[in-house]
Design a protein around this ligand. Structure first.
Ligand code: KG4
Ligand code: ZN
Length: 386
């Protein structure tokens, strides 16, 4: 245990800071610093404040996140967002026991802004610093609000990542599958852009798809003949683009666009469910002979999509797995998930000594699993988001 944290009381108050992409976010949470006994109920944390500023407007004219603009916007806002979080939680820095901050992966300029800010606060107020992996934070979020014990399977579907992770503890992750090209959120955003929808595309595409028929167009189901848990979205993206170009020749038809949106969305959801089903089988092998509950958690922005949720729910039910989806506000990037990951690291006795944390450099790439079983093709990371 970090020496400064070892002296602290039972309930800890953490400040969490997130700046790895296009959300400037800070949160204050309070929770017990010790893990409950194995069969006791998991004691979740209280979220005292969770302030998120999205930079959508800053990037709207560019069709995507511009790293330099993102970094500058974080610099301009991060202090104010932290102050807002402290005010909302009715706290001062004197109440904060530890600062958890995203140290990667993500856009390096943004990560540096958050990390440098956290280091400065840590140094000037003498508060221990916890560098957090953004992907670990997404994967652990559900434990902040639900009673979930390790191990569990996480499907992480965000703007930059599509991964299946077997979570053995707060610090031990096994990657079962990842995308060989685009991330799921990236595909939603690209198709939304082609449909002329505003940014961020995913939620707008979902709204449009509600007016459409998912069975009007037969979209390809990626990798359906290939075994394994990896994902691919580029073929589906291209097929949807070609369909749109071909069908829209006659003019701008709202119903046609809604039907294409619905057909694409169902194909993406089916693909996520098919690859997750393969991961459930792999996890059954890992769990052989154990009575642990079969738990599947969906995390990341795309987890907010109701078609994705219902398709996964139907698949999980068939295989007697319990599907857990954290509230949408905690699925997309936020400071509370970073603070919670910090608390999990404290509980796992995995916080580095303060001098080491102060030396921690921003990491644009930071795989959770140093010896991943995938991907077999490509790097599994595309686009600016993490
Ligand atoms: O996890 P997140 O907030 O940021 C990172 O990528 O880390 O995820 C953002 C992604 C975006 O691509 C956004 O369009 C997508 O999640 N998203 C959705 C929905 N809500 C957010 N995609 C489909 N349907 C949604 N309702
Ligand atoms: Zn994220």
């Amino acid at each position: 245990m970090n020496a400064a944290l070892a002296k602290k009381k039972e309930n800890l108050t953490l400040l969490g800071i997130e700046t790895s992409c296009d959300e400037t976010a800070a949160a204050i949470i309070r929770g017990p610093c010790k893990c409950p006994a194995p069969d006791a109920a998991q004691e979740a944390a209280n979220i005292l404040a969770n302030i998120i500023h999205s930079q959508f407007a800053d990037h709207a004219d560019y069709g995507g996140v511009v790293p330099e603009i993102a970094a500058r916007a974080h610099v301009e806002r991060v202090d104010n967002i932290i102050e807002q979080a402290l005010d909302a939680a009715k706290c001062t820095m004197a109440d904060i026991d530890a600062i958890a901050v995203t140290a990667g992966p993500g856009l390096v300029g943004g990560v540096m802004v958050g990390l440098t800010t956290a280091k400065a606060i840590s140094l000037s107020h003498g508060i221990p610093l916890i560098p957090v992996n953004h992907l670990a934070a997404h994967a652990l979020t559900a434990r902040m609000v639900e009673n979930i014990d390790f191990p569990f399977l996480v499907l992480l579907v965000s703007g930059g990542h599509t991964q299946l992770l077997w979570v053995e503890s707060a610090i031990s992750f096994r990657r079962l599958g990842t995308t060989i090209d685009d991330a799921a959120g990236e595909a939603f955003d690209k198709i939304a852009q082609l449909l002329g929808l505003p940014s961020p595309g995913g939620p707008h595409l979902e709204s449009l798809a509600r007016e459409g028929r998912a069975d009007r167009f037969a979209m390809p189901r990626p990798l359906h003949k290939r075994e394994g848990c990896d994902f691919s979205f580029s073929g589906l993206k291209t097929a949807t683009r070609l369909l749109l170009e071909q069908e829209l020749d006659a003019g701008d038809d709202h119903q046609l666009k809604a039907d294409i949106a619905a057909s694409f969305q169902q194909a993406a959801a089916d693909h996520l469910a098919a690859r997750t089903k393969a991961a459930l089988a792999a996890c059954e092998r890992l769990l052989e002979g154990q009575h642990s509950p079969r738990q599947l958690v969906v995390a990341g922005g795309v987890a907010a999509n109701m078609t994705v949720q219902s398709t996964l729910q139907a698949m999980a039910e068939t295989h007697d797995w319990h599907l857990i989806v954290p509230p949408a506000k905690l699925c997309t990037d936020n400071g509370a998930m970073i603070a919670w990951a910090g608390l999990e690291m404290i509980r796992a006795d995995a916080v580095p000594p303060t001098e080491q944390a102060m030396e921690f450099a921003a990491r644009p790439r930071w795989p959770l699993d140093n010896n991943p079983e995938g991907p077999r093709h490509g790097g599994g990371k595309k686009g600016p988001k993490a």
